[in-house]
Structures are given as C-alpha cells and as structure tokens.
Design a binder for this molecule. Structure first.
Ligand SMILES: O=C(O)C1=C[C@@H](OP(=O)(O)O)[C@@H](O)[C@H](O)C1
Ligand SMILES: C=C(OP(=O)(O)O)C(=O)O
Length: 432
C-alpha cells in the first residue's frame, strides 16, 4: 500500500459493511488461548498488525498458532504453567495493548524476558503497569527509571495478590494486573476510578475463571486451572465501525448497514454521543457472541448538533475522540471534549494531532490540556495532512476529506494497525 493516499470528496455512502474483528478482544483471545491446555479455534480474529504482534510474541513463548486460508486461527496453548523463556527480545510493534498486557503475564513467569516496540511504544508510559505489578512482587525494570520500554522482566520469587485503587481508568493496566493475578497466591481486588472496557473479565469467564464484580471493584481469587472453550468468535470492532457511523452521518444521502458490531456497554460511548448529537442510528438484530453482545447498526445522514462530552464517558469512547472531532466540525453549535488527557499518550498525542491536522484543512479547533473545543459547522478545505503514524488519525482525516473537499494523507499505511482494508472499503462505497 502506498504511504500517501489521495481521498476525493464523495457523494452519499451506501451499502453494507461487515465490521472486522475487535482488536481488544483479538489480543485477549490469543493470550488466554495460549494459556489453555486444549486447542481453541478463533473465528473473526482481527488480522491487523497489532494483533499479529501479539501472535508473534505468544509464538516466541512456545504457543502454536495456525491460520487456515479463511483466516480462522487454531491456537495450541501451553497451559497456565507451560510458557517457555523466549530466546530473543519480544516486539510489541505499535501495540500498547500487547506490551502492557504481556508485561503482566510475563512478569509472573519463572523466566527472563525483554519487551520492546516501535518508537511510539517506547514513548508510551509504562510506570502505570510496573507500579502495581511491583506491589505484586513482579521484577520489571525499564528505560528512563522504569518509565519506558524496553522492559527487562525477571522471574519473581512469588506473585502476591493486591488491593489496588487505579489512579487512571485504563483497561490495559487493569488487564495486566488481572493476568499477573492468575499466578497469585492471594486474591486481587482492583478498583477503577471510571469503569473501562471489560473484555478481559468477560474473556476470563469464557475460560472458566470466575471474576467477581462489586461496584467499581473487580475481584479475582487464586485459581488452579483454566477451562478453555473449543471455539471463540470475535465480534466486530465498534472502534472501527465508528468511522462509518460518522461518515454516514455527515455525508448527505448516506445509508450504511454495519454488520456484526460489538456493543459491549463499556464501548458504546460513541453511540450515546452520536445519538445525543442527533444522529440517525438504529440498532437491530441484537445477539450474543459468547459473552459479548453484538448487533447490526443502520446509520443514515442527519443534521448533527454540538454536545459536551464529559470525563465520565471518556473511557467508553477513548479511541473515538479523533473521529468525533470530525463529526463536531459538521455539527451545528459547540462541541466540548473534557477529561480526555489520556489521548496525549496514545500512538501520538491525539489532542494535538487532531487540532494540527484538521487545522491544515482550515478548521479552528481549540486544544485544552484535557480536551478540545470545536465550534461548528465549519467549512474545511482540501489539504495535505499527516497521520502521525496513527491509524485512527489516518481514518479520521479520510472521513473529513471525503465529506469536505478531499484530502491527501501521508503515512496512510498505518491503517494496517487496526483496519487494513479501510481504504478499500471506502473506495467501494463511494459515489463520485
Ligand atoms: O485494553 C485495551 O484493549 C485498550 C484499552 C485502551 O487503552 P488504555 O487502557 O490505555 O485506556 C484503548 O485506548 C486501547 O485502544 C485498547
Ligand atoms: C490506543 C490504541 O491502541 P493501543 O493502546 O493498543 O496501541 C488504539 O487502538 O487506538
């Protein structure tokens, strides 16, 4: 794929899109299956670069992962106590989920390992996982006084359960602790400031690991074994569907059917906010994919209005702020995003990148330390914009350009991180 892509203005988008597998759930499906004693077949796995980083790390620990021609995976795990010492450095690539979750899992193993990733990953905060894991007895050291990867992980003397009040709402930190807690000799209680995505908890239950939830607390008792399912199906990723939800809302004469979208309530902040903005969204065909709720979603063009997005909802739409900023440019009135300072430590500083790159298209966006203020509607022009190597930025810019006067995006191949077919799907739906 070319690194520079030109996107033209488009007429209404119509058709049906089967949404690719959920990235968060795909990572977890490989990790848990890797700890199983019996083979697990995984359907609708997200074949994107981040999830392959997880597969490659698990393979380096001895787990066998096979892929058939249709992309269905079969994982032959090593059992809870069967992972082996990797002979080389483990590479998480661009994936924060891979490096953070594996830090918890590897920290509890009786061997040495080193975890690193690309330039972006080596700049993302790791102290937030190392601090609670150290309280559990794990031995993890990193660059910059253990704030950054590469991380060197040594065998712990023992793994203790902890009671931990999380200072930041982060599913990655919560999950790292839960994975380490699988090896603890005492219970672990984690309390979240605001509930974050609960895919790890649901996946644990799918693997026969009981997880107690009491208000904002999550409790895991010491376990002896796990009981893997034979098959696991990954629902479609609502964070990928988000680009189509906004594109169809802001491009006149659009009607898209989004098939197989995960609608776990810890992820549906985008639906709540778009509905509040006046979007025309219908949820149909509600069903279950294992312990995860799934539906089809029909979205039609609508006149949007600005809204205030408060801190409390941010964890439920954490990855959707860039595309919501695009929606806000087309909405009548002011949109304010608050309590979103976590966006500064993602693949790039997403608050800064949104203001800068949409600014190149002529948009005026005020960047606050913890959010954005966007007055709409604004007319935006064609421009050459940079993705900052951030998949969600690239896709958000493509939607903005499609709805306005077109856009040229540099470093556009980063969409391979979460949605490799994104530009192909967009070009098939276009009515030029
Ligand atoms: O646990 C996960 O799968 C994820 C959690 C979120 O990160 P944080 O835990 O850092 O908020 C999210 O931004 C990321 O895309 C995926
Ligand atoms: C932040 C993201 O992922 P990760 O933290 O896994 O790199 C994302 O997908 O937007």
């Amino acid at each position: 794929m070319s690194k520079i892509i030109q996107i033209a203005k488009t007429g209404g988008l119509t058709g049906a899109i089967t949404i690719p597998g959920d990235k968060s759930i795909s990572h977890r499906s490989i990790m848990l299956s890797g700890l199983a004693d019996t083979p697990v077949t995984i359907t609708n796995f997200l074949h994107a670069a981040d999830c392959w980083s997880t597969i490659n790390c698990m393979r380096a620990l001895g787990v066998i992962v096979e892929e058939d021609k249709g992309g269905v995976l079969t994982v032959q795990g090593k059992g809870l106590y069967g992972l082996s010492e990797p002979s080389d450095v483990l590479d998480a690539g661009n994936s924060g989920t891979t490096i953070r979750l594996l830090t918890g899992l590897l920290g509890a193993q009786p061997f040495f390992s080193v975890l690193t990733g690309d330039a972006s990953i080596r700049n993302r905060p790791m102290a937030r996982v190392i601090a609670p894991l150290a309280k559990m007895g794990l031995q993890i050291a990193g660059r910059g006084q253990s704030r950054y990867a590469p991380l060197a992980i040594s065998a712990p003397e023992q793994v203790r359960g902890i009671e931990y009040d999380m200072p930041v709402a982060s599913a990655q930190v919560k999950s790292a602790i839960l994975l380490a807690a699988l090896y603890a000799n005492t219970p672990t209680t984690i309390t979240e400031p605001i509930p974050s995505r609960d895919h790890t908890e649901r996946m644990f239950e799918t693997f026969g690991i009981p997880v107690k939830r009491e208000g904002r607390a999550i409790i895991l008792e010491p376990i002896q074994k796990i009981a893997a399912p034979k098959r696991l199906d990954v629902p479609g990723d609502i964070s990928s569907a988000a680009f189509w939800l906004v594109a169809a809302s802001i491009i006149p004469n659009s009607e898209l059917a989004l098939i197989n979208v995960g609608i776990n309530p810890t992820r549906t902040g985008i639906l709540d906010v778009l509905t509040q903005m006046g979007a025309d969204i219908t949820i149909t065909n509600n069903r279950w994919s294992g312990r995860e709720p799934v539906a089809d979603i029909v979205v039609r063009s609508a006149n949007l209005k600005g809204v205030t997005i408060e801190a409390e909802i941010i964890p439920r739409l954490i990855d959707e702020i860039p595309i919501l900023a695009v929606a806000a440019l087309f909405a009548e009135g002011q949109t304010v995003v608050k309590g979103a300072e976590e966006l500064r430590v993602k693949e790039t500083d997403r608050l800064k990148a949104v203001a800068l790159e949409l600014g190149k298209m002529g948009a005026t966006i005020t960047e606050n330390p913890d959010g954005l203020v966007i007055d709409g509607p604004q007319s935006i022009n064609a421009a050459i914009c940079d993705s900052h190597h951030d998949h969600r930025m690239a896709m958000s810019l493509a939607v903005a350009g499609s709805a306005a006067q077109g856009v040229t995006i540099t470093e556009s191949d980063c969409v391979k991180i979460s949605y490799p077919d994104f530009f192909d799907v967009l070009s098939k739906l276009r009515q030029d």
